[in-house]
Ligand binder design. Structure first.
Ligand code: NAD
Length: 459
């Protein structure tokens, strides 16, 4: 678990220890002891599985590829989390991502624990045949510890529905006659995947922002005006006035979030900048997002990066350095690319007053503290980017019931679930001085602690 995650979990436990209304059955020394046990349980994974996959590559070489499955906690249900295919994957990172999954599922009342997998490869350097073999071997090596009621992997950076289809097929052949549809989520629709899964995270990311700044302010304006809370003051600045948005990353999450923002009728707003691994594109009058989505679909996911390409796509924009997106004078910044984008060395250049974490852990603890102290609203990853795992849960349920929902039904269920979480968290957030991340963690830790206590795991 990364220091930042561990620290916020410990801070949450400290706040709950001092709150006598929480777990009133635990008092005195027994209470102290139980909270110490909780700290130990939540800050370490239950299991770290590691293997070196032996792969005979198409070119004749035999290689050993390091692969992980971390099972952080299953108090709330089977372990759940993606498998990342990336050359920078490491055990520490996978452990942290698995812990974030435990907290995310607890926050949104999804009946799963937290897990994460990783394979240390750059998938772009392998043939399709090699990747197929790597996926099959991963399932063979970990087949005893995964399964629809044990641990359910999904796609993550570098993997997608193709890999999940391959993995599910391998699981099915290793366990003939047993239920297999729910062994992996994020599969193709024809293979038992859910409609709406691809867009779920991006839709959820935009929804959390829109719900806070539009619906919640509208419903709770007098409460927000009555408090001295710094975040409430920030939120009220945006009430009913035109907004500008910038989005870092234009992949699965960023492009869907951008399109949602472009199409949303509830707020007066413009997406003035988007970026990817190569460029930032800026237009103070607002970018043509559908045009950019069409361009990326035909160009390997990349945004236009030359004047000629902009002209070819009929897009009006100024081309800027790729990191410029972070420093623009906009109201809202949505981070949908990578970890650690805002840190000690650039945090003082950020001008946005609201930041939404579409990516996992895109702000370091120093950046988080610095911006929160300035009253910047940060909608954290475990709250904002849970759309993917929520629809994975719907996929798993549909696989069990062999009844499938329409795309509209999936989106409605998704937004209802996220709304319910926002309605639980926001009144506390705007009523106390803690940042939203801390409020979310307290909620998750409260749920996990109660369940662990009732399951008799603290003594
Ligand atoms: P993706 O690979 O589809 O897109 C990533 C985007 O980031 C691309 O546009 C890429 O060009 C851009 N990018 C890469 N390096 C960059 C850099 N240095 N600066 C600016 N842009 C850069 O990935 P994705 O699925 O959209 O995931 C993005 C983030 O969201 C990841 O952190 C992922 O863990 C997180 N996330 C994704 C999902 C999901 O369902 N896809 C769910 C939860 C969290």
């Amino acid at each position: 678990m990364a220091n930042q995650t561990r620290q916020i979990v410990q801070d949450s436990l400290k706040a709950l220890l001092e709150d006598d209304v929480f777990l009133p059955g635990l008092q005195g020394d027994a209470r102290e002891q139980a909270f110490t046990s909780l700290g130990a349980i939540l800050s370490t994974p239950n299991h770290v599985h590691k293997s070196f996959l032996r792969i005979a590559l198409e070119n004749g070489n035999v290689v050993r590829i390091p692969a992980f499955r971390v099972q952080h906690n299953n108090a709330l249900g089977p372990y759940k989390g993606g498998i990342r295919f990336h050359e920078s994957v490491n055990e520490e990172e996978v452990m942290n991502l698995a812990a974030l999954m435990t907290l995310k599922n607890a926050l949104h009342d999804v009946p799963y624990g937290g897990g994460k997998g990783g394979i240390i490869i750059d998938p772009r350097s392998y043939s399709v045949k090699d990747l197929h073999l790597i996926c099959k071997k991963y399932v063979q090596y970990f087949s005893d510890i995964i399964g629809p009621d044990k641990d359910i992997p999904a796609p993550d950076v570098g993997s997608g529905e193709r890999e999940m289809d391959w993995m599910m097929a391998e699981y099915k052949s290793i366990r003939p006659g047993q239920p297999y549809k729910g062994s992996f989520t994020g599969k193709s629709v024809v293979n038992g995947g859910s409609l709406g899964r691809r867009d779920a995270t991006g839709k959820g990311v935009y929804f959390t922002f829109r719900y806070m700044i539009h619906d919640f302010i509208k419903q709770q304006k007098s409460f927000l005006q009555s408090t001295e809370n710094a975040f409430a003051k920030t939120a009220l600045q945006f009430d009913g006035r035109p907004l500008t948005l910038a989005i870092q990353g234009f992949g699965n999450v960023g492009s869907v979030t951008a399109l949602e923002a472009y199409q949303c009728q509830h707020l007066q707003k413009k997406v003035v900048a988007v970026s990817d691994r190569n460029v930032t594109l800026y237009n103070s009058d607002g970018l043509d997002i559908p045009g950019l989505v069409r361009f990326t679909a035909l160009n390997n996911g990349n945004l236009p990066e030359t004047e000629e390409q902009l002209k070819q796509a009929s897009i009006k924009a100024v081309i800027q350095d790729r990191n410029n997106v972070l420093y623009l004078d906009v109201d809202v910044l949505i981070l949908a690319a990578l970890e650690d984008q805002i840190h000690q060395n650039n945090m003082d250049k950020i001008k946005a007053k609201i930041i939404v974490e579409g990516a996992n852990a895109p702000i370091t603890s120093e950046g988080d503290r610095y911006l929160s102290d300035k009253g910047v609203i940060i909608i954290p990853d475990i709250l904002a980017n849970a759309g993917g795992v929520i629809v994975s849960y719907f996929e798993w349920m549909q696989g069990r019931e062999t009844q499938f929902y329409t795309e509209d039904q999936v989106y409605q269920l998704l937004l209802n679930k996220m709304k319910s979480t926002m309605d639980t968290i926001l009144p506390t957030y705007f009523g106390d001085p803690l940042p939203l991340r801390q409020n979310c963690y307290i909620h998750s830790v409260m749920k996990l602690s109660t369940v662990l206590y009732r399951q008799g795991k603290l003594y």
